[in-house]
Unconditional design. Structure first.
Length: 402
């Protein structure tokens, strides 16, 4: 059996990689994730992790190493943040298009310019259309659990996954983390096996130039066109919710914690108003919901654990009885609103039923503290808008100052 330790989020991510027996680690430092490869290098140096530790010259190269090693059958790992993730952008498309089960923690950090080393989610939200799955962690325990789950899901679907968690707020904050034994993880996560054979006698052509129409291969069978490859990736992501739910149920049986539901729910069943958010903000929103309930208003929280694939049906059903949704985001799609609000509205539009008011709030960018008073302000503004029948035209910025 495992044990409980007090760990930072970065320590937790490194321990999770070790428990998953990663075989190749591509290491490049960027605040606030630098401690993750440092810890992994210590594991390798002490012989506690049998892995190739590759020191690269950039984040672009880090993903290149992961792509190459994954193609030949290794379980791979890297981590990054902010502008480092942006520098990987081309390679992110390549990893997803090549259908490689890479798992990459991202310690969410604001993008430059101007420079900040502190937290928001603009980095990963801006990469949501690269074909990677994305999950967001509320606690350090979820970091450990989601990395283990990510390898199980990624290797079944052959789609890469980002495990996202708030820089500093989780990466450097110490929390109790209960981790399983190596034997328990081995039973849950078998070794990664390629679906094809690598042999000089059986050559494999990986990621060739493809045409607009299917063409026959050496054996005469038609090979997919470019659109065919894209459609297959989309179909894999559409199938992902079922795979994630099944893995979440198995995880509960193995370790006692369930991730079958793509949503964190707190006092949501009877709530007239719901905070909807991601990451550690769900914890702060839960405290604000308690305050509002003490004041006599039924408020709950929905935390989105899985952002890609987007849990549209689950969100629409969770909001079916609410009057208003208070959508809190640490990122914005410039020129419109937060991406979570936009996609939530799309889910509600396609849902045959009640459509609550949706109010969007941008806060916490660049590490700006989010206070309980900020969330109470957002809730009050939403409730007043509902009473007046006033729909929101633009997102409201909280705490932005001048």
């Amino acid at each position: 059996m495992g044990e409980t330790l007090i760990l930072t989020g970065n320590q937790t991510a490194a321990l999770a990689a070790k428990l998953c027996r990663v075989q190749v680690v591509a290491a490049y430092p960027i605040t606030p994730q630098s401690r993750i490869p440092e810890i992994l290098s210590e594991y390798v140096e002490r012989g506690e992790l049998q892995a190739e530790f590759v020191r690269v010259e950039s984040e672009h190269s880090a993903m290149g190493v992961c792509i190459s090693a994954s193609m030949v059958g290794a379980r791979v790992f890297t981590a990054t943040a902010a502008n480092g993730l942006a520098y990987m952008h081309e390679q992110l498309h390549w990893a997803a298009g090549a259908r490689l089960p890479i798992v990459m923690p991202v310690t969410n950090r604001g993008l430059g310019a101007p420079w900040t080393i502190l937290n928001d989610m603009q980095d990963t939200i801006s990469q949501r259309d690269t074909g990677w799955m994305q999950c967001y962690c509320m606690t350090n325990q979820e970091i450990l659990d989601q990395i283990i789950l990510a390898y199980r899901v990624a290797e079944q679907l052959m789609v890469p996954i980002m495990v996202c968690f708030d820089g500093f707020r989780l990466s450097h904050t110490m929390m109790p983390v209960t981790f399983p034994s190596q034997e328990e993880v081995d039973a849950f996560l078998p070794p990664y096996r390629l679906s094809y054979q690598l042999s000089p006698e059986v050559p494999v052509n990986m990621n060739p130039v493809v045409m607009t129409d299917p063409l026959p291969g050496p054996d005469g069978a038609l090979c997919p066109s470019y659109m065919g490859f894209r459609r297959r990736l989309q179909e894999a992501l559409e199938a992902a919710p079922t795979v994630i739910a099944e893995a979440g149920r198995d995880f509960q049986q193995a370790f006692g914690r369930s991730y079958e539901d793509p949503l964190y729910r707190y006092c949501s069943e009877d709530a007239r108003f719901l905070f909807v958010t991601m990451g550690s903000l769900a914890s702060e929103a839960s405290e604000a919901a308690d305050i509002l309930r003490d004041q006599g208003t039924a408020v709950g929280v929905i935390g989105v654990r899985t952002f890609r694939p987007f849990p549209a049906n689950a969100l629409a059903q969770a909001a079916a009885e609410a009057d208003g949704l208070i959508v809190l985001e640490k990122a914005i799609s410039y020129g419109y609103e937060g991406a979570l609000a936009t996609e939530l509205k799309g889910a509600l539009f396609n849902h045959n039923g009640h459509r609550p008011f949706v109010y969007n709030y941008i806060l916490g960018l660049g590490g700006k503290d989010v206070k309980p008073s900020d969330l109470l302000q957002a809730a009050e503004h939403t409730m007043q808008g509902f009473k007046q029948g006033k729909r929101q035209e633009h997102p409201l910025w909280i705490g932005s100052g001048v």
